[in-house]
Design a protein around this ligand. Sequence first.
Ligand code: C5J
Length: 226
Amino acid sequence: MIQLAAEPTPIAIEPARTALVIIDMQRDFLEPGGFGESLGNDVGLLKAAVEPCRQVLAAARKAGMLVIHTREGHSPDMNDAPPAKVERGAPSKRIGDVGPMGRILIQGEPGHDIIPELYPIAGEPVIDKPGKGAFYATNLGLILANRSIENLLVCGVTTEVCVNTTVREGNDRGFRCIVLADCCGSYFPEFHKMGLAMIKAQGGIFGWVSGSQQLLAAMSATQRAA
Ligand code: C5J
């Protein structure tokens, strides 16, 4: 058992029943010229999450934990892109338009891919999702059920959008969701803070909040005790 320091309470998680879920660490969100920047955001604000995420990913792989990556995006024909999503706001480029990293948020384009630092390795499921939540219109639930997963360690971007949506979906499906705060990021520091506050409020209404260093220390302690 990993005894993890978290808020609002510590939590014990069994590694074999736990998956690391890394949400949408895609070039389109983290690099200039992608979806995030087309909405007027400073994509540099997400960079701080990369190194803690990389350390957690390395530890999870070493421990043999299930690692799942997600990517937000749409098929090239955009049949899975609701017009209400594509038309929204006044971005400099819309989903499907051609930018410096190819068509924005379209599967198979360079911008849609995961950043090199966190690139999936063979055997790690990559979930392509058309929405903000990773359970909506995907086989994530099936993959987790087939592996008897009960706990989700959640990292990625952005804290208040796809991380929060996925945690709410996961919580409703009975998973214990633990968000690693420094492994997440937002274009809005105040949304990051409040996104985490909402999860752990009211006795952990949607889940728990911990951090990369707490997890790494707890995993090392478990390995030493074994
Ligand atoms: C957004 C996401 N922010 N991955 N997507 O549109 O959070």
